[in-house]
Design a binder for this molecule. Sequence first.
Ligand SMILES: Cc1cc2nc3c(=O)[nH]c(=O)nc-3n(C[C@H](O)[C@H](O)[C@H](O)COP(=O)(O)O)c2cc1C
Length: 436
Amino acid sequence: MIHHGQGLEDWPATIDTDSEPGGEDCKFLNVIDCIRDSITSVTSIGEEPDMSVFLLIEEIQCCMSIISSAERVYKKHGFLFLAQEGIHYLIDHILFQSFIWELLPEHKVKSTIADSRVLTTLLFAIRQTFYTEQRAVLHGQALYHEFEKKRSDPEHRLIRNVHRLEKGLSMKNRRPVFAEGYIEETVTDAIETHSTTENPNKQLWWALDVLDEYFETVEETEVIRKAAIRFNEFKSSIEYESGNRIPQLRKSLENDSVSYKEFRKLAEQRTSTRWFQQKPVPRELVDKAVETAVESPSACNRQPFEFRIYDDEDIIEEITKLPVGVSGYEDNIPCIAVIVGKQRAYFHNRDRHVIYIDASLAAMSFQFGLETLGLASCCINWPVIPQRERKMSKLLSLDDDEQVIMLMAIGYPDPEGMIPYSEKKNLDSVRSYNKV
Ligand SMILES: Cc1cc2nc3c(=O)[nH]c(=O)nc-3n(C[C@H](O)[C@H](O)[C@H](O)COP(=O)(O)O)c2cc1C
């Protein structure tokens, strides 16, 4: 039996469901609707309606909507894709939702599968649950290696290596020789980056400062001596003035500029705000908030994300059609950020979650930054629904390794708009010490 209400929206998640049932290409459904309406009008004259007829009609309607979906998919993507998605749908929706979960307790089946590596792998492979992420991770690794080979975009490797150098330089028991394995590559990357970048950015100057300090500090070995000669020749051939972007003592930072009280106040003031004044959001304020966002920690300082800001009404309208959680206030958003993670910054599978962490840490600072500038915001969940991912990717021309992390509505808060209270958990339930 097919579950009602599980029609086209649930039909294989990877399939486009642009046209809804009842659309022009769905004549069957119109006929079925007519039959249903006729029965309703006949029975409304006085007779008790026969429910089994209605149930049968619902069943037929569901089947027809699936057939018509299948027809659309076949026309658009061909037979192989249809077969693959059909199997996926049969297993996911019919087998599991209509039979297995009806007969067996879901929690027991799931924990039994989870206890078996083979079954777990099989289940997610069949359901293609993590396909989008896996694809982005692989594309990211491919891009990383492609850039490395071409040496056309050494950005992430250079940042990572320079960070390793500065970390080495700031060690308490610093080794007299370190980084021999990657110093040559780092000098090459710095030179190449300088030659391919029209306006060298502050991260490149940071790289040069750190390299300079490194060669001043470490003991010379053959490898280091050669790299130092290349670096010094390069340095003297360009306009470079040290900016002292090198490890410094912690006490040199002001650490009493923001009091706990002030920060706590800011944290409490930041609440998810969904009602905004209908006036433009100044770009310079958004930029300032982004500048605070990039001060956030990120793995090896790679900042593998982009804050894509949209303040064009038409694009916002298109974007807000895609996430699930904006219904009811989508027409009210004057500015929206799509925070995009870039898998190309990492080359190990083990780092596949880092883009979510890095981007989310930055998102939090971004929200605080906005709040201090009189702007309010609300995170919007980006659900992993393949068809929506494809649409977003197309709409924003995302690269294959780019994944949407979340969206954020931004605007001047409407003082008359309501905000939920959203009470937080007790300290005891979110914090523990030395728990084993
Ligand atoms: C990752 C994430 C996804 C969220 N998704 C949505 C969403 O789709 N729609 C929405 O209205 N709010 C969304 N929110 C906002 C939360 O509902 C809100 O943060 C939560 O209720 C706590 O309220 P507060 O932010 O006011 O403290 C999201 C928040 C986060 C962190």
